[in-house]
Design a binder for this molecule. Structure first.
Ligand code: SGN
Ligand code: CA
Length: 530
């Protein structure tokens, strides 16, 4: 197991498109990636809610992910990779457009993505790429800009999921991570036009709630020790928004829905209203799947019923069950990433395909007592990012990167001129030699909007430098938070307004306003002074 990056694992572990696009034929000569014989293919693998805490390349003490690590071992591991708005649909819109949420309109999971706007797949397609997306889409409107799309509906299902294959609904038998991988490989093998370079977005549903493992992975981690994160029993002092959320393992994680305690006798009931959904997910399984599922969970349910757990003991039992399920789901993700890498290697694609492995955001593995994401605190603001760029840099990259940077990077890789209105920055030079250009950003911007909403995380925005974070929660709350991440990496002590921080607070505030102006986030600018 690698020991690098321990600091990350504090726990156990066309605008006028036609004018701007350089035709494919000349892109290879004029693009910054000139000098290659063939255009580089792009494979972007994104999981849903995969925490960096559960990737061994990031120094995880919780799990080995040998296949995901193959990308890092033959490429780069980004140690400061972040999102712009830590929730699924907004992240996906940031990816496609290279713009912050207020510019692409997808501010929260309840919106509908305007598919008529400029996206990088559209620009790549115009430049001669074959474009495809397989798996979770979550943007409600039909995908645009793809030669092939085969997507899950909404969040999708783990077992025998329904896909929409270029407009046609189909139930595909099997486990989501396997099925999604197989559909992607089928397209690579026989669905695409091999005379053209490809850009494939392979978007897994896993390991999203309710963390249902594949039957072959049930019990894979049962013997491991799972120490509690050191701030598991956080009291949220000095952080009113953190105190007001609804994403605590103790209080908000459902025994039946989340933790699979759907007993056959129907004696276990919960009061979150989620129970029936848990039973519905089980009902999707076929008899063989149910048999394997029951063989594993029934004895656990029986033991749980006898145990009479309550209080902290119950909370810690919930944490353990949550982690065991989550890790088992990752085991399947890792195996399937391996299948894709093998395919590339066996089919002459390994050395002309850039591979990005990432997640739509980070996730809490019990830190602060939580599951879920949304906050600008480190565990959910960060997202894993491993990149292999054939012939490029190998090693750690610590430049601040954000999910709005993928679109301009992929365009530059393809030799397509990056439209002026894209807000992200291409990280291609980092891929080549690991060095950030002199003018590279030293501060990141964030804005989360989904409130009122599930998990009750208040609206907030903020900035983060390599050392400090300033955040403002607004709406039915008006609260500023400031962290010195060097002194307080787990963000337990809000020093906003405290003696000794006046100067840095003012400096960060000025930088915040500067960034809001630069990105034209007028809503946030107004909230600063409320
Ligand atoms: C679902 C989950 C939430 C989760 C959101 C958003 N609830 O609504 O726990 O925060 O997705 O996740 S569930 O009862 O439906 O499981 S996201 O990754 O898609 O943004
Ligand atoms: Ca997600």
């Amino acid at each position: 197991m690698k020991t690098v990056l321990k600091h990350l694992t504090g726990i156990g572990g066309g605008i006028a498109v036609g004018l701007l696009v350089i035709p494919a034929a000349c892109s290879q000569r004029t693009g910054k990636d000139a000098g290659r014989d063939k255009p580089m293919n792009i494979l972007y693998i994104m999981c849903d809610d995969h925490s960096y805490q559960t990737i061994s390349a990031y120094g995880s003490r919780l799990i080995e992910t040998p296949n995901i690590d193959r990308i890092a071992d033959s490429g780069m591991i980004f140690t400061n990779s972040f999102v712009a708005n830590s929730v699924s649909a907004p992240s996906r819109a940031c990816l496609l457009t290279g713009k912050h949420s207020h510019k692409n309109g997808m501010t929260d999971n309840t919106k509908i993505f305007d598919g008529s706007q400029q996206t990088f797949p559209k620009l790549l397609r115009q430049a001669g790429y074959q474009t495809a997306i397989v798996g979770k889409w979550h943007l409600v409107s039909e995908p645009t800009g793809f030669d092939y799309w085969n997507i899950l509906i909404g969040q999708g299902e783990y077992y025998n999921p329904t896909f929409i294959d270029n407009g046609e609904k189909k139930v595909v038998k099997g486990y989501a991570t396997e099925v999604t991988t197989d559909l992607a490989l089928q397209w690579l093998e026989s669905g695409r036009d091999t005379t053209k370079p490809f850009c494939l977005l392979l978007h897994h549903k896993a390991p999203h709630r309710t963390w249902m493992p594949d039957t072959v992975d049930l019990g894979a981690f049962d013997n491991m020790e799972l120490p509690l994160p050191e701030n598991f029993y956080d009291d949220y002092r000095g952080r009113p928004a953190a105190a007001a959320q609804e994403m605590e393992i103790a209080r908000h994680m459902d025994l039946v829905y989340d933790l699979k305690m759907a007993d056959k006798e129907g004696e276990i009931h919960t009061d979150t209203g989620l129970e029936e959904y848990g039973r519905a997910m089980y009902d999707r399984m076929d008899p063989d799947q149910k048999k394997a599922w029951d063989a594993y969970y029934d004895p656990i349910i029986e033991e749980f019923k006898k145990s009479g757990l309550s209080g902290d003991e119950l909370t810690e039992w919930k944490y353990r069950r949550y982690m065991l399920d989550y890790l088992s789901v990752i085991r399947s993700v890792d195996r399937n990433v391996g299948k894709v890498i093998d395919y590339l290697q066996e089919n002459g694609l390994w050395d002309n395909t850039i591979i990005v492995y990432t997640s739509d955001q980070g996730f809490y593995m019990g830190e602060h007592g939580w599951f879920d994401k949304r906050f600008m605190y480190e565990e959910s603001f960060r997202t894993p990012m491993l990149v292999r760029y054939p012939g490029g840099y190998r090693g750690e990259v610590d430049a601040l990167v954000q999910n709005i940077d993928h679109a301009p990077t992929f365009l530059e890789v393809a030799g397509v001129q990056v439209p002026e209105d894209i807000q992200g920055d291409s990280y291609l030079s980092l891929l080549k030699d690991g060095k950030a250009p002199e003018e590279w950003r030293d501060v990141l911007y964030y804005h989360y909007y989904e409130y009122p909403g599930e998990h009750a995380v208040r609206r907030h925005y903020g900035i983060r430098t390599d050392r400090y974070k300033l955040m403002h929660f607004y709406g039915d709350i008006d609260s500023w938070e400031l962290y010195d991440l060097k002194e307080d990496p787990h963000e337990m002590h809000n020093v906003y307004g405290e003696e000794g921080y006046g100067k840095i607070q003012q400096k960060l505030y000025d930088e915040l306003v500067e960034l809001q102006k630069q990105y034209e986030d007028t809503t946030a600018l107004k909230e600063n002074m409320q």
